[in-house]
Write a protein that binds this ligand. Sequence first.
Ligand code: SF4
Length: 307
Amino acid sequence: MARSIKTNTDSKVANKTASEICTSCGRPSRRQFCGASLKGKTKIQWTGRTWNPVVGCSKCSKGCEHCYAMWQAFRCEAMGISQYQGLTVIQGGTPKWTGVVRLVEHKLEEPIHWRKPQMIFVNSMSDLFHEHLSDADIIRVAEVMHRANWHVFQVLTKRSERMRDLLNSKLQFCARDPHIWWGVSVENRKSGLPRIENLRSADVAVRFLSIEPLLECLGALDLSGIHWVIVGGESGHGARPFDLQWARSIIGQCREQHVPCFVKQIGRRPVDGSIPIAHSDPKGGDPQEWPEDLRLREFPESTELAG
Ligand code: SF4
């Protein structure tokens, strides 16, 4: 990893109105979907770019309810992009995942050719540990990450049991690579807390939590063995409320347990207790519009140490 790795924490689009922002990548655009994220560009503030060697998914928990990738896959298919064909189907007037998950051969080796060190979010359009992807294909993706050790790879899953089992067996060759960060999504206690336990049971170098979209107070968290926490509220149509008190509880526990914390966004429907919070950025992603105690965007120390 290198000191010069770039992320997107300095978003310049936060003050644009909704109609000026691409619904897919967050970039200013006259169109609703500008297509920039298909080239790996992203405005996800905690990463530098996306890489999608696997596409397709299916919903597995409450955090998936308004899956952004599903809508994007639908748009990509409509644009005629080959790897997205057959991933979604229209049911009841909206797209639904079909459950087709595929490895995209022509994307697989991309990071090897990106010579500039970058922080890379792996599979924003899928879940690497989806049950319809073979162990052999997961290993091929991991081999590329293992080789491209000048980057930082951020792997995020909701299928934490399979991730744990593979990292402790067939993926041992890369599990302890410090440039590969393994993470789980946590949206509520029922689905999220067991995922944290599974992640902790994986013998890896770097573990992180993406607590987004946070749907309820998580209560007391054991953050031992966790190196980074991201927290955020839901954005987009139909977003569920995000109570700033839930985020404050997580920030406080990160402080107590010495874990860096990155507050990504307060979402479309933030409340403070029962009081709605006004903001102009549709995702609630502009820290200038947040209460001061929430303006926290830290990264794991290893981001700085690598070179
Ligand atoms: S795991 Fe992620 S990509 Fe898959 S359905 Fe859920 S939110 Fe969407």
